[in-house]
Unconditional design. Sequence first.
Length: 704
Amino acid sequence: MVDNLTGNYPNPNLNRPFRPRPMMPDFPEDESDYERYPTQSRLVKLPPEGKSRVIICGVAPEIETGRFPAKGIIGESFAVEADIFADGHDEIGAMLLWRKRGDNNWRESAMRPIGNDRWRGEFGLADIGQFEYSIAGWVDPFRTWQRDLQKRLDAGQDVTVDMQIGAEMVKGAAGKSTGMLAQALQQWAERLTSEEFKPPMRVKAALSPRLGDAMAVQGYRTNRTMYHRTLRVTVDPVRARFSTWYEVFPRSCSTEPGRAGTFRDLVERLPTIAGMGFDVVYLPPIHPIGRSFRKGSNNTLQAEANDPGSPWAIGNEQGGHKAINPDLGTIDDFRYLLEATRKLGMEIALDVSLQASPDHPYVKEHPDWFRKRPDGTIQYAENPPKKYQDSYPFDFDCPDWQGLWWELKGIFDYWIDMGVRIFRVDNPHTKPFAFWEWLIRQLKFRHPGVLLLSEAFTRPRVMYRLAQLGFSQSYTYFPWRTSKGELTQYLTELTQPPLVDFFRPNHWTNTPDVLIPYLQKGGRGTFLARLVLAGTLGANYGMYGPAFELMENRPAREGSEEYLDSEKYQIREWDWNSPHSLKDFITLVNKIRRENSALQSDRRLKFHNIDSEQLILFSKSDPLRHNVILPAVNLDPHHTSSGWTWLDLNELGVKPDENYQVHDLLSDARYVWTGPRNYIELNPQACPAHIFHIRRQKGEGEYE
């Protein structure tokens, strides 16, 4: 049962075995304090953790002291690190504990030291949903004994007594164990002291790592230190980590001039979109459009009779957020679109914009959900100096806020039940954080595979908070990062802990609202460069499809980032078969992304030095699959740029003295390089980028 609005489902974690450590008792500071406080007994109760000598701290990932979960992907290993140490010189052991949320029993994965008291462990994310994890540490007397035994042997000392000590430890552990473990430990104990075995055999058995592991299974369960928090990781589908988005307005997909497009027309476009390598087709709002204060072409305040209006002005007498604009088709047409998209290996992403036109049924049925002005009219949306007279924002502080929240959740439920699993959420930063935390928890409980993209071009801390609250991906400032320094600083920030543990960037080349000056004035080379940057710097990227594909670069006016004849306010007739289309280049870049696992993650991004401010050089790598990609991009859209590299060969997996091949996956050209210093030259009129695949030499004239 759900606890009213809070949505608190029965929480198996309430009875978890790990509790925050109790506060230490107030000990007297010195002997005189016993006289000052006569009620203070010298037999002060000792702290319960007195025999737990191991310290566990600096756990990563741990988001906001454990309040929010980290993010992971199904099928991947989830790595956890921590500082784990103890007093003295004893050896210690540590175990990573994990379980699917709702399970009672913990599973275990051994943690290993990686240097300077830092330990690392991993476990597999086998299911979509949430997992819990924590850490146990203990002083390991047996591994301490093994270490000291080896030192004594190295020094040529007699170890007869030491072997007896070890055997007693193993016998004691066997007596506390059951089943096959007890049997195995008893056999080890006999081998350590039995005259049937020669001394070298007994020593070899004593130092066996297998014996150390067997002893650890029993030994760590006493006097252990448990980390004082149980942490969580949300596991999403693979598409949350790696996706390629194409935004398209169905009403502009008609193949007949003068006729508005429909869902059925978009179905005819799907094979081309899939052929270019996209896997998410994002649709702006598909609902009935308001008539009051409808905007005309180029955002004029007076609409003509045939102006379709902005899809973000949602609702009229035909319905609201749970209805479909009849100009686009019927609910059956939409189901047909969903099925056709899935057959091509793609998914539909729907826009959810939580606002209403003046004609929305909500305005009549629930006028209290909107903020009133002193003259009694409803306050329309504003972002001064911009005004959106065709949209009313919801008042999340209204008296009936609980009813509003449940109704807005119902919008998501409706489309999820229809089969939609991906949503692009418009301006979530203008709604309360508490609303999103509650809503996403509710949605993920029933449908853990649902993905939400946050469209929040706002302050960084706000964007990051939305990600912590549960948004699967987020738009970024990538469109406005155009210089080498800006790109290097920003992308380094996004791909390092702690951000990389919970914030998944989705870099967009352009949107219906964002036509950056760089694209307006740079020409074809700029479009190619921005595509390569978006597709290689980020595992998730998107484009406002036909506008980018056909290099639309006309602003509404000088200094504006709005498109002239914006598709937001009118139907466009695109020349889908234009010989100037970037379709082939887009297809090639997306093919490279699909075929190289290094480009399918936001981790292991490394910028390399090159002595030109117009050339940016970076690598991405997947060590498990030995896949290393080295893109180079000319940021000057008008002039050829050249420079000498200084590569971090260790990051590329190349030895300083070996030859290696760089295979340009864009042109198919191949070059043999040696060492860190090499020459790059890029002409933006031809192609402003290389996407090098690093191939190590495996024989004379042969490369991997």
